[in-house]
Design a protein around this ligand. Structure first.
Ligand SMILES: NC(=O)c1ccc[n+]([C@@H]2O[C@H](COP(=O)([O-])OP(=O)(O)OC[C@H]3O[C@@H](n4cnc5c(N)ncnc54)[C@H](OP(=O)(O)O)[C@@H]3O)[C@@H](O)[C@H]2O)c1
Length: 245
């Protein structure tokens, strides 16, 4: 039975991913900014097969409480096998491109806070020399675009951080997986126009779970984003800089 801590557990993708783990009888600790909603998700997962579900509050930028949260989750679950980092904020790019404080907050929530708690998690799992870390990243982090470069740069930084952490932990017995998500139909993307490439949180979660089971290190979810991003990366900068998306 896997014992897994979810960070940002009220995210739609996190809920669907937690359900995949629950169906296999995992024990889960659901940590989220909205502790009441996390408790409701926990109750739901309990009746859907999870071995044990606990929940609690988590603010990604509340750095002083991160070490205690990891220890608390491990105590509640009787140990910790893995962590799924699921929090993130898309924000409004119009504001981020004009307001320095807004841009700073977006980068902090998507990168700085993630780098901070990943360091704590890696320390914890590194000492026990086993476990796994799943990091929800984005294809937005692959190339700076006019339409979302603040969020994209934070996700790009997170991908590099995770890649470096994987190298740092290569001999530690800890499996680290970077997920490069394409468009997923969640509250984060609600109202931003429909796309034929968007998938449901359930489809995304199944892709993530199956990649985790085969111990993938970097996975595009859904798979077709790998060739799509290969094309996007290949467009010369002098042309790409005029793209308005
Ligand atoms: N949806 C997409 O198309 C897409 C594409 C690529 C990558 N992703 C990534 O996938 C992950 C999950 O996103 P989602 O689509 O499931 O979106 P979502 O349903 O909006 O979930 C985002 C989650 O992040 C939490 N969060 C944001 N800031 C936080 C903070 N400072 N402290 C603690 N929790 C915080 C939110 O908590 P509250 O509910 O309290 O706000 C929410 O639970 C994110 O990392 C996102 O960047 C999503």
């Amino acid at each position: 039975m896997k014992r897994v801590l979810f960070l940002g557990a009220t995210s739609s993708i996190a809920r669907a991913l937690a359900l995949c783990f629950a169906r296999d009888g995992a024990a889960l600790y659901l940590a989220a900014r909205d502790a009441d909603e996390a408790a409701r998700v926990a109750a739901d997962l309990n009746i859907r097969g999870a071995g044990l579900v606990r929940s609690g509050s988590f603010e990604a930028t509340g750095y002083a409480r991160h070490t205690e949260l990891i220890s608390h989750a491990a105590r509640e679950l009787g140990g910790l096998d893995g962590v799924a980092l699921c929090f993130g904020t898309l924000g409004e790019h119009f504001n981020a491109a004009r307001d320095a404080a807004y841009a700073r907050d977006l980068v902090t929530e998507n990168f700085t806070a993630a780098a901070s708690i990943l360091t704590e998690v890696a320390n914890y799992l590194g000492i026990q020399r086993s476990g796994f870390i799943i990091v929800l990243g984005s294809v937005a982090g692959e190339r700076g675009r006019a339409g979302n470069y603040v969020y994209g740069s934070a996700k790009g930084g997170l991908a590099l951080f995770t890649q470096g952490l994987r190298a740092h932990m290569a001999r530690s017995g800890v499996h680290i997986m970077t997920v490069k998500l394409g468009l997923v139909d969640t509250p984060m993307t609600y109202g931003r126009g429909r796309s034929l490439l968007a998938v449901s949180p359930t489809t995304a979660a199944r892709g993530i779970y199956s990649a985790w089971r085969r111990r993938a290190e970097v996975v595009y979810v859904p798979w077709f984003w790998r060739p799509v991003m290969a094309v996007v990366r290949a467009i010369p900068e002098r042309i790409f800089k005029y793209a308005r998306f």
